[in-house]
Design a protein around this ligand. Sequence first.
Ligand code: GLP
Length: 299
Amino acid sequence: MTGRDDGRGRPRAERGWGVWLGWREIEESGENGGEMLVLLNSGYEELSREAARIVAGAVKSKPSVTLGLATGSTTLGMYSELVRLHREQGLDFSRVVTFNLDEYLGLAAEHPQSFHCFMQENFFAHVNVAAGNIHIPEGTIGGDYEEYCAAYERAIREAGGIDLQILGIGRNGHIGFNEPTSSFGSRTRLKVLTNDTIEDNRKFFGAGEEMPQCAITMGIGTILEARKILLLATGEAKAETVAEAIEGPITASVTASCLQLHPDVTFVIDEAAGARLKQRDYYRRVMEMTARFTPNRLL
Ligand code: GLP
């Protein structure tokens, strides 16, 4: 593929308005007609199993699937269920390619709070993803950040794009480390963290330890190009931001609200995280009707 084509051999100019806004056109992302699904689960365990079921389904239907992976405590249950499926049911990750969303700037891969370490401890050490297929932004790159980030974007494109992107959500509505006011067209880049995010994540660091101020993160534009997106949220602390993301105005002040523009996004949340949603009953009915009429949409 060259920079001038879209990965399917068509010149970029032939693609529609989705391109310059940074997301794939509906016709390119699947056959579901563009529905946002909200899967309400009773609690964290069910949510984790549900998310793992969808990821496992993607791996089974396309063994060389490209996964976009997220860190954060919310994703722990999903990873542990995927590890169980690998161990007990032979779920095979040998051809899977992964791209992580982000990494703290300044943290070496060996740092216990690095996202490299998180992924190793909670997932990669326990499954058979080939080491060469794993991509996580480096926290210790010095110098030309722009070139490094452009290379990360190129690697995603060369892998054929992300088939399934997993996301968590920060309390301020961020996805990856796309803090409020991030451009919806943003690509992988160095991002300064907000004080809110630094405070939220301080609990993972030792007392008195200096917190990273910046991160390398995929952009909103990068995320919106994934063919399918799964966002996980649990607990009361996320209820407000989840409601803003799903039902609020589309705004760079809550970057997860950009997902309303994506044609194939599923929110996998629990009752507590969904407590502020106005249309909860409607989402339940949509779940029932989807299971009845278009069950493939739940795979
Ligand atoms: C970090 C990560 C996000 C993640 C968020 C929420 O900021 N960059 O990708 O979604 O934390 O984390 P948690 O699941 O621990 O609430």
